[in-house]
Ligand binder design. Structure first.
Ligand code: ADP
Ligand code: MG
Length: 140
C-alpha cells in the first residue's frame, strides 16, 4: 500500500478532558506519524465549511456548536494506507458500536461527542488538509 496522508481532528470533548497525549499515543502506536499538528479554536464559519457535506442532516447545528465549543487539535497523519488505517483505529461513529481498543471505544462520550475526526477518502483528506495547513507546516 502507498504512503498517504489523512486529516485528523481531536475534538473539543477530547481536549476538555486533557486527552491529546493519550489519543496521540494510540495514533503513534498504530504506526501512523503525526507530521503536522496545531491547537486552534475553530470559528463558526470554519466549522460550517468543514462539515458542509452534512448541512442537511438533522444534527448539523448541534455538530457545529459542539466543534466550536472549545479548542481542537488539527493534525496531518502519514503512513501506509493512512486514510483507512486511521478510520480503523478511530472506530465506529457511535462509540457503543466501536471495536475494543479503538479511540472512540476508549474515549468517546456519545455519537456526537466522539473525540476524533478522520477523513473518509483520499480526495477529502487533501481538501481537509488544505483547509487548515499550508505546505510548509507539514513536515514528513
Ligand atoms: P464520522 O465522523 O465517523 O465520519 P459522520 O461523517 O457520519 O461520522 O458524521 C460526522 C460527525 O457528526 C460525527 O463524527 C459526529 O460527531 C456527528 N454525528 C454523526 N451522527 C450523529 C448523530 N446521529 N447525532 C449527533 N451527532 C452526530
Ligand atoms: Mg465523516
Amino acid at each position: 500500500m502507498a504512503i498517504e496522508r489523512t486529516f485528523s481532528i481531536l475534538k473539543p470533548d477530547a481536549t476538555a478532558r486533557n486527552l491529546t497525549g493519550a489519543i496521540n499515543a494510540v495514533i503513534e502506536k498504530s504506526g501512523l506519524r503525526i507530521v503536522a499538528q496545531k491547537r486552534i479554536h475553530m470559528s463558526r464559519r470554519e466549522a460550517e465549511t468543514f462539515y458542509a457535506v452534512h448541512k442537511e442532516r438533522p444534527f448539523f447545528g448541534e455538530l457545529v456548536d459542539f466543534m466550536i465549543s472549545g479548542p481542537v487539535v488539527v493534525q496531518v497523519l502519514e503512513g501506509e494506507g493512512a486514510v483507512l488505517r486511521y478510520r480503523e483505529i478511530m472506530g465506529a461513529t457511535n462509540p457503543e458500536s466501536a471495536a475494543d481498543g479503538t479511540i472512540r471505544k476508549l474515549y468517546a462520550k456519545s455519537i456526537g461527542e466522539n473525540s476524533v475526526h478522520g477523513s473518509d477518502s483520499q480526495d477529502n483528506a487533501k481538501i481537509e488538509i488544505a483547509q487548515f495547513f499550508s505546505g510548509n507546516e507539514i513536515v514528513g
